[in-house]
Design a protein around this ligand. Sequence first.
Ligand code: NAD
Length: 351
Amino acid sequence: MNFFNNSAFNKHEQVSFFYDQVTGLKAIVAIHNTNLGPALGGCRMWDYASDEDALYDVLRLSQGMTYKAALAGLPLGGGKSVIMGDPKKIKSEALIKSMGQAVESLGGKYIIAEDVGIGVEDMNQMSETCPYAMGVLKNNEGSGDPSPVTAHGVFVGIKSAVQYRLQREDLRGVKVAVQGLGHVGMYLCQLLHAEGALLFVTDIDQEKVSYAVQQFGATAVGLDEIYDVDADIFSPCALGAAINDETIKRLKVKIVAGAANNQLAEVRHGQMLAEHNILYAPDYAINVGGVISVYYEYASRYKGIEFNRDNIFAHTNKIKATLENIFSYAEQHKISTAAAADIIAEKIFQH
Ligand code: NAD
């Protein structure tokens, strides 16, 4: 494998492979950039089809974290880790603690937290072998599940996009199509509903759909129909690649703003959205709330900064200004908002 010239490698500072014969741990930690501070990023546990798939995923995700932290004004770099294997089959306390030891051996250059397949309970266990494990919640201490803060950030971002594109301060009667009612999507619906937005929702899990219909007066929509809803905003809060050649043609909305990571199937879809006159709130700019929450847990432990809700929410509210900056930069330079976000982030971390 021609590793250093591989496009996914893209100037990573360090990539470490960990194997533990006793617990069966097979993991990769990728540290993309630490110009601004230690690399922070979640740990994903997934049954990858191949080692190459796992490596590609961790490299892509860690690079995204560098951009995310830089745009949010956090003194952090970007990193990510993956544990290979089906969490339902091979996850054990011993394996999680073994991952903690692996991360501990990096001496604080990488800060680890939850991602797909890894929850708060896992982070509690990991913290027993690793002082750099965050997203912990023990005896009411730690940041725990980052989803409510992520949802708050997406809500702030949606309001910023509405102000910019629809010239409106409030959300009363604004129609939002929400794809995915998971940890973030459901909290987001609650916030949007409280501000008078009209919701159209879909999820694979019909129980979640029924809950949103009952609690928030949402209109249930089929999994594929969500792209055709005659709404103002499409909010992808499920998996990645919701924005692609096929869906852009169908969208009737004026704004795309949601929590999902990697919303654009390919980079060029950012430009395609702009050509369709749809304002895109770049995913890594709008969904950073959870990272901010984890950062304050880290900062309270290592930098003497107070960990409290006010600090976290005040920092998350800055997503409004970040997005306004991206929107106006894109307009001024006649480029997509996705390209504008990348340029602004690179200026911050490539000093
Ligand atoms: P989650 O797993 O709790 O929720 C995802 C939901 O999407 C589930 O209810 C699932 O049934 C549904 N879903 C899956 N495929 C779907 C489809 N094709 N159509 C409709 N619904 C579908 O995840 P989450 O924590 O809510 O995160 C949602 C997204 O936001 C993910 O892309 C995640 O990477 C991203 N994100 C989450 C956080 C966080 O703090 N949790 C932070 C940043 C980004």
